[in-house]
Design a protein around this ligand. Structure first.
Ligand SMILES: [Zn+2]
Length: 317
């Protein structure tokens, strides 16, 4: 069912040249960052990422509650790219605004969702960002089956009308009428799109935990099931969050790392399991930018992968 997709193709960044080919490296770099604000431009965002020793980051394509998308400032983008290249960044991740709902039964919402996603895929391509994280949506009482049908149709339309950018469906906690809270639902979505090559997934550790997947006990097994149902090479990004709400509660409240019910020991195991995949891993913890810096430092310390070492991976500039 699933077309084999080349991860390298998907993650190649516009500034990567042939001689920077990293496919032969045994262990990929640890791409670790956080959700940052792009309100002051892409260069400022990348500067902030560097200041917290991140080598990837995530940002909203526009105001999360809606509104028009800002035009891409090409000079700002090029400066950001140069900075990313100098610091050996991995792929950045864009996140669609919360107002999109591909599963909505409301025709106006559906049309607006299609419009926004088409615009945002064009925008991220211009920015040189490969991924757009999208929530599969809420069926608003119509039932998961119909919601999945609607969501798949919307995404098919968006993919049809664009030719670049990969949509990453986020794993959800299944709160309210949210779809995408189980791997079965995500698999159904993927099947309805015939395993389109511009579809991938973004795994959120907190959502999985409250969605009923014991990431705190058996992450390895969960990844195995993920691979079987969805394809391991479609797992293209991660949100690393601890969780305030109980296991399987289907409530989505992120916690700072080590301050929630997942805890550092499990988070460390999760990171070790994810490490060989070379994915962008971003924090969406509530503590703010200084806290991100602390968490990144703590993770790199625990895994014994100093940020400085990543900078030497390809020799001097
Ligand atoms: Zn999200």
């Amino acid at each position: 069912m699933q077309a084999k997709i080349g991860k390298h193709f998907l993650t190649r960044l516009p500034y990567e040249e042939e001689e920077n080919d990293m496919t032969d490296q045994k262990t990929p770099p640890l791409y670790l960052g956080a959700h940052l604000s792009v309100a002051k431009g892409m260069k400022k965002m990348v500067e902030q990422a560097v200041s917290i020793k991140a080598n990837t980051c995530q940002f909203f394509t526009r105001n999360p509650r809606g509104g028009p998308s800002k035009k891409v400032d090409l000079e700002d983008r090029d400066q950001a790219k140069a900075l990313m290249k100098a610091h050996y960044f991995g792929p950045l991740v864009a996140h669609a605004p919360y107002i999109v709902n591909p599963a909505s039964p409301d025709e106006k919402v559906r049309q607006n969702t299609v419009k926004i996603l088409i615009e945002d895929l064009a925008k991220i391509s211009e920015l040189g960002v490969p991924y757009l994280v999208v929530h599969p949506g809420s069926h608003k009482g119509e039932g998961a089956h119909l919601g999945i049908e609607r969501s798949a149709a919307v995404i098919a339309e968006v993919l049809d009308q664009t030719d670049s950018g990969v949509i990453l469906w986020e794993t959800m906690s299944g709160m309210g009428s949210e779809i995408g809270g189980t791997m079965e639902e995500l698999e159904e979505l993927l099947t309805k799109l015939s395993g389109h090559k511009r579809i991938g997934f973004c795994l959120d550790t907190c959502h999985m935990f409250t969605g009923g997947y014991p990431v705190h006990e058996s992450f390895q097994e969960i990844i195995k099931e993920f691979g079987k149902r969805l394809g391991k090479d479609r797992l293209l990004a991660v949100h690393l969050n601890d969780c305030l709400q109980p296991f399987a509660s289907q409530k989505d409240r992120h916690a700072n790392l080590g301050e929630g019910l997942i805890g550092w020991r499990a988070l460390e195991d999760i990171l070790k399991e994810l490490r060989p995949l070379g994915l962008p891993i971003n924090l969406e913890t509530p503590g703010g930018v200084d806290n991100y810096a602390e968490e990144i430092k703590e993770i790199r310390g625990r895994l014994k992968i100093p940020y400085e070492n990543e900078q030497d991976r390809e020799g001097s500039l």
